[in-house]
Design a protein. Sequence first.
Length: 485
Amino acid sequence: MQVFLITTSPTNREIVRLDMWNQKPDFRFEIENFSKKKDAISSKTFVSGGCEWYLRIYPTGDDRLSDDHLSLFLYAANPTMLPTGWKRSVYFYFVLLNQSDKELHTTPVAPSSKQFCANTPSWGFLKTLPVRKFQEKGFLEKDVLIIEVYIKVVEAFDGEGGDVSVNKKMKKTVDINGFQVFASQVTKVGKIFTEHPDIARDFKPTKQEVKTAYMNVLLRVIKTLNKPPKSLSETRLSKASSELSELMDVGFKLDWLKSKLEEVTLERKKTDADGSRAQQLEELVKHLALKLDEVTLGRKIWDDDNEYRAQQVEERVKNLELKLDEVSIKRIFSDEANEYRAQEVDERVKKLELMEVGWKLDSLNIKLGEVSLERKKTDDKRVNTLARMELRLNTMLGDLERKQTYDTSVFDSRIEQMEKQLESLITKLEEISKEKKKADDADGSLVKQLQESVKNIELMVSHLRVEVDKKKNKSSADDGFLLVD
């Protein structure tokens, strides 16, 4: 059989066997969505060994020393409400389970009991399981962690005469129906058993120190419920209800006390209802007074702040006015400069326009000169051509005159006619040349006319040659006849 050795003093040893622990956990705490929890989690208050407790769990560790391990602690509930000098000597351990009640981890039981007191209201384990373990797939079913705590109270002192110890005999105690109680408690306990003789018939614990601790809790609950309802707070009534449930769980028959608790609770609610309006008004007055103080203080701060802001605004306005003056002066200078620049630009544009007009006029004059020169060259060439043609005609006419002296009279008239035509043509050509200089568009048509005239002259010359040849042949024939004669 597994045992733990607890040393209470250098000369005193006690063996605590596991089979002496309750097989049922003193408290079972179920946490859903555990992997999403980051902050500390506190359980509700529960009663064990006649004392109130609660659990506190740190899912990611209590501090740096936890090294990313789950931290578990057992706390004495409401330590500030307990009498001065209270203490609890306790053995305890935790069991971690998944949703299927599969054991994941069990903390060891300390080799000596832990002393809970005002200076040390909690004990626990800084490191249990690594945080990464809970993140493993399948480790927690449906992300639910269950924590069971097993508690064994060895010694309890609550400041009301309830001193229990396993290491020494209790002094000045009296046995009443199997419960060892102090002399100061005999009357109260005796009255309870007289009025309710079956109260402890089904009481389960057998250890005397545990029985005494539970009796102290029962006396405390009765004392609480005998007080005026209006003097009891909701917290104290809740604590009494929790203690009553614990007492009934261990076998006390307390239906009568449960009814008393319900009556006191109802009376407390009625008292609250009667005094709630006054209390609400008082609280409202206090709240309004606080609000008034806050508003007054806020108004003062607001006024000071507004005055400061007003000064800042005035300074900013002055700065803006100065900047506006500077901008206005710069704007005036800028406008004058822009006007001067605009005048310069206008003058430059006008000069450029005049230069452009001059360039265009020069270009037109050059083009007109080139056209006039080209026309002059063309006209001179045509005149020279006509002159050469005239010279040729004159030469041909001279030859004809020399060869046909006999027919001078006949041809003189024709030649005169041709000369007149030539003179007319020359005159016409000169007129056309003059007109040509005045009208550019008529160049093509006049050239064609001249060419046609030249062609006509050539035809006429050709015709004259034919006629001359005929005459020449006739003349030769006549000469032959003369020779025959």
